[in-house]
Design a protein around this ligand. Sequence first.
Ligand SMILES: Nc1ncnc2c1ncn2[C@@H]1O[C@H](COP(=O)(O)OP(=O)(O)O)[C@@H](O)[C@H]1O
Ligand SMILES: [Mg+2]
Length: 249
Amino acid sequence: MMDASRQGSAVGFEGIHKAFGDKSVLEGIDLEVAPGETMVILGSSGCGKSVLVGMLVGLLRPDRGVVRVEGQDVTGFLHDEDWHPIWLRTGFLFQGAALFDSMSVRENVAFPLRQHTRLGEAEIGARVEEILSWIELGGAADKMPSELSGGMQKRVGLARTIALEPSLVIYDEPTTGLDPLTSDTISDLIRRLQKERAVTSVVVTHDVRCAFLVADRLAMIDAGRILVSGPCEEIRNTQVPKLRAFLYG
Ligand SMILES: Nc1ncnc2c1ncn2[C@@H]1O[C@H](COP(=O)(O)OP(=O)(O)O)[C@@H](O)[C@H]1O
Ligand SMILES: [Mg+2]
């Protein structure tokens, strides 16, 4: 089943419409993300980026259109049981993803493993150590979240997000609120995760620097639709005025 689905797109949006009351947000989004690819979704604040990616994990449903995750049509999924297999394979790093304040870094990262696997304590411990060292947080394992900088907290959030070894990771504004240097280390981790662990990534951001550091392709949402999409170089050299204005101010 996985083999067949992996030949197609990892994520697909087809004709997605979404309104809240009489306020129309998305008006026909079409976008495909290939397996192993990093797709960056750009757009000004409030254009519907979070709404769109929320549909990949069932936070919201489209009014019209089809959402596919790893080849599977998830549009009609209503119940947690429907979503469960998708949740197990999908990591979602929310904007401002909160860590559990009362748990150490190690316990935060172990949490999804305890929750969703039957791994024994020794295996969980080994997995957590491996992830923390991969993400260069080994020395912080026993610290509490309140003892960490914003950038370190973000890395712990990322470690927790990838604990279940997802094949798809969705990042919502991963660098917001971080200084430029720290932002670059997060962008670097997103890239490494894709390269070394072959994950498909969807990155929502309005941070142009992060976007170009991580992207294979980029797409810009404007007025409820994909205004432009394409590979990095094409987007860098775009002649579309709205996209140029977004990228270069
Ligand atoms: N649950 C909701 N109820 C009503 N309006 C919402 C809801 N979620 C998002 N919106 C509205 O949809 C628009 C797009 O939101 P969002 O996707 O969060 O934008 P962004 O591109 O900044 O992530 C915003 O105007 C927001 O207020
Ligand atoms: Mg958002």
